[in-house]
Design a protein around this ligand. Sequence first.
Ligand SMILES: Nc1ncnc2c1ncn2[C@@H]1O[C@H](COP(=O)(O)OP(=O)(O)OP(=O)(O)O)[C@@H](O)[C@H]1O
Ligand SMILES: [Mg+2]
Length: 277
Amino acid sequence: MSIIARNLTWGVRGRTIVSDVSLSVAPGETLGLIGPNGSGKSSLLRLLAGLRQPQSGGVEINGRDIARVPRRALAREMAFVRQDSATDTNVTVRDVVRLGRTPHRSALSGWTAADEQAVTMALERVDMISHRGQSWQTLSGGERQRVHIARALAQSPQVMFLDEPTNHLDIHHQIEILRLVRRLDLTSIIALHDLNLAAMFCDRILVLREGATVAFGTPRTVLTESLLREVFRVEAKVNGAERPHIVFCPGQEFGSGPTVRQWDDEPSGQGFRALPG
Ligand SMILES: Nc1ncnc2c1ncn2[C@@H]1O[C@H](COP(=O)(O)OP(=O)(O)OP(=O)(O)O)[C@@H](O)[C@H]1O
Ligand SMILES: [Mg+2]
């Protein structure tokens, strides 16, 4: 499914939070949203998913105006993994993932073999099948995150919106989840803070600053040293051939703080030393 957003603007109490953002995502493509804290990534994701109405502009999913598609129909096509998902405490992992099937079931139909299969497959895909009977309350942060991703997968969506899906995950599961989202036949839009993961897994990247688009293109064209300096306020070297690989360089201003004393022990002659790649 394709997604096209035109001139999306949204704000609250006179403050503009998303400002005139336009983008397009082709069927099967993975778009990364990056930007500093508070730049509007989560707000833009909600607008794109139709969870919030823009003050101006609009979103089309496969040529249909999202504002005119009934919510239930949207829920059969699109899944949203929130940045901080909460779930009622007294449920098992399997119960949480079963909720993903809700949009596909009518009031009259019972739980079907297809529903069961979707839940099992989703739990397997996030490596949580062995936890299916465990109480949600007792899961670790990363396990909860994987279960929420499983719930979204159980929805069998064609479009997936993921708001920082990797933020509690160990490096193996960060890579596995992003690889999985890419492997599935899905259109996906993912807000990410890890710029190297964005470079590795996204077809295109949109950079937000104070709600506005600063850059939109392939990782190679977007992730430049000057953009990292201007938007993210970090010094970095961008290496890599096909896809950029960013090596952050703690700058001069970091040299005086006690937390980075370690860098002073091995002087590079430039006041900083590149982090190991
Ligand atoms: N409902 C709201 N009412 C008031 N301010 C809001 C509301 N929603 C978002 N904001 C503000 O809009 C800005 C953008 O928020 P948003 O959550 O979209 O940022 P973000 O890019 O996702 O940040 P982060 O990287 O920290 O997740 C923030 O300054 C936030 O405080
Ligand atoms: Mg956010």
